[in-house]
Design a protein around this ligand. Structure first.
Ligand code: UGA
Length: 431
């Protein structure tokens, strides 16, 4: 079994570290945030990620998973060094590599001979070369091993992946990285670093394109009177299309798709190719936010405009507490911008939680502690995140406490007949 240092304990780094220790490797995870490291040492996982707390607990108990402050202390004795630091979007749309470069320069002088540095963060095409240059160590191989982890199902995605991609010019280093995954049943693909980095961006941008296409089809369905649920079901039976990622919604978001789609457009532009298709994918998504917001605004009957809208869901999808680039927030910004008041509830966002104010300082809404508190006196109710608990709402109770009787289901989460039987007017997406 190998010794692995993980630099950065965000959801990618922490999941990678916990899963590698679960596979039997010796793992040390490093972060610059002392308070976070102290929490992790005590087995306290700071993010909502299914199954992760159990793996962290298991790793700490077995002595195979450790947390330290600072990259150097983690890297000085490890054979593999996974860089899992953020690559936020810079002002020009390109990814900001400063965290990656800082991490590489911090570990460069402590790396044991013949160790392997692995880029796990989503990094622009060519970054493996950048890291190698910053390291300045001819005895250390730099390999790309992009992650395909969805927030909320990151542990399952790591342990049962569709594929493992390794980008390396050094065959021996590639084989050593591949061996880390020997207990995982998945195709392992070895290619050059630039292709591995491109695979990551192309995958995210393709999935984002698929969603923009589906949302455009949903709009068409509304115009021609088709039911998008049936349309995507019929499309998904075709194995060339596949069933996944065909759910229409309020627009797509999260910390990866918007950033990576823009970054790929910028990478293409810098390389001399105008990837107009991606600009259109992004524009269709912005249109979807606008359209969803307009539906909500239209759902308020004239005469009830003084009353608030009840918004259910704030996170960018169910199963995570992540609010970054959330479609729900994008839509609510537009609704609030049109002069509406909003009371919102999300099971992963607590009332005294100030993350919303940090991530979206300009969003002026009230966060409440349960869906009925949001709905009390509401002119209209909207579902923006597909939390399962919203399917169990008591519509009789909602009918009593709401002033209006319109529901906008921007995730097609509900069976429309249920609210309709209770006297609500229901509008979904594309049906
Ligand atoms: C995404 C990719 O799916 C991962 O493979 C990738 O590793 C990750 O980005 C990353 O680059 O780190 P994630 O951002 O966690 O994962 O979220 P997704 O589950 O892909 O959802 C993205 C957005 O698409 C969400 O707003 C979600 O609600 C929306 N979506 C997804 C739909 O509207 N419909 C669908 O059918 C699926």
């Amino acid at each position: 079994m190998a010794s692995i240092a993980i630099i950065g304990t965000g959801y990618v780094g922490l999941t990678t570290g916990a899963c590698f220790s679960h596979l039997g490797h010796d793992v040390i995870c490093a972060d610059i945030d002392e308070a976070k490291v102290a929490r992790l040492q005590a087995g306290d996982v700071p993010i909502v990620e299914k199954g992760l707390d159990r793996l962290v607990d298991e790793g700490i108990r077995s002595g195979k998973l450790h947390f330290v402050v600072g990259a150097e202390s983690a890297s000085k004795e490890a054979e593999f060094h996974y860089l899992c630091v953020p690559t936020p979007q810079g002002d020009d749309g390109a990814a900001d590599l400063s965290y990656l470069e800082t991490a590489a320069s911090q570990i460069s002088h402590v790396l044991p001979n013949n160790s392997v540095v692995v880029n796990k963060s989503t990094v622009p095409v060519g970054s493996t070369r950048v890291v190698a240059r910053v390291l300045g160590r001819s005895d250390v191989a730099v390999v790309s091993n992009p992650e395909f982890l969805r927030e909320g199902t990151a542990v399952a995605d790591f342990l049962q992946p569709d594929r493992v991609v390794i980008g390396s010019r050094d065959q021996e280093a590639a084989i050593r990285v591949a061996a880390l995954y020997s207990r995982i049943a998945a195709p392992i693909m070895v290619t050059d670093p630039v292709s591995a980095e491109t695979i990551k961006y192309a995958s995210n941008a393709f999935l984002a394109s698929k969603l923009s296409f589906v949302n455009a089809i949903a709009t068409l369905c509304e115009a021609v009177g088709a039911d998008v649920n049936d349309v995507v079901l019929g499309m998904g039976y075709d194995s060339r299309i596949g069933r996944e990622f065909l759910r229409p919604g309020p627009g797509w978001g999260g910390s990866c798709f918007p950033k990576d789609t823009r970054a790929l457009a910028k990478i293409a532009q810098d390389a001399g190719y105008d990837f107009r298709f991606l600009n259109e994918v992004l524009q269709v998504n912005a249109d979807q936010f606008d359209r969803t917001a307009q539906k909500i605004i239209d759902s308020v009957d004239p005469g009830l405009a003084d009353n608030h809208i009840a918004a259910l869901g704030l996170t960018f999808k169910a199963g995570t507490d992540d609010l970054r680039d959330s479609p729900a927030v994008e839509v609510l910004e537009r609704v609030v911008g049109a002069g509406m008041q909003v009371k919102a509830y999300d099971p992963a966002v607590l009332v005294d939680d100030n993350r919303l104010a940090i991530v979206h300082p300009d969003l002026d809404i009230e966060v409440v502690s349960d869906p009925y508190a949001a709905a009390e006196g509401a002119a209209s109710l909207v579902i923006l995140t597909e939390w399962d608990e919203f399917t169990w709402l008591d519509f009789d109770k909602l009918r009593e406490i709401m002033i209006g009787k319109n529901i906008v289901d921007a995730r097609n989460l509900l069976d429309p007949s249920i609210p309709r039987r209770r006297g609500f007017n229901y509008r979904g997406v594309g049906r």
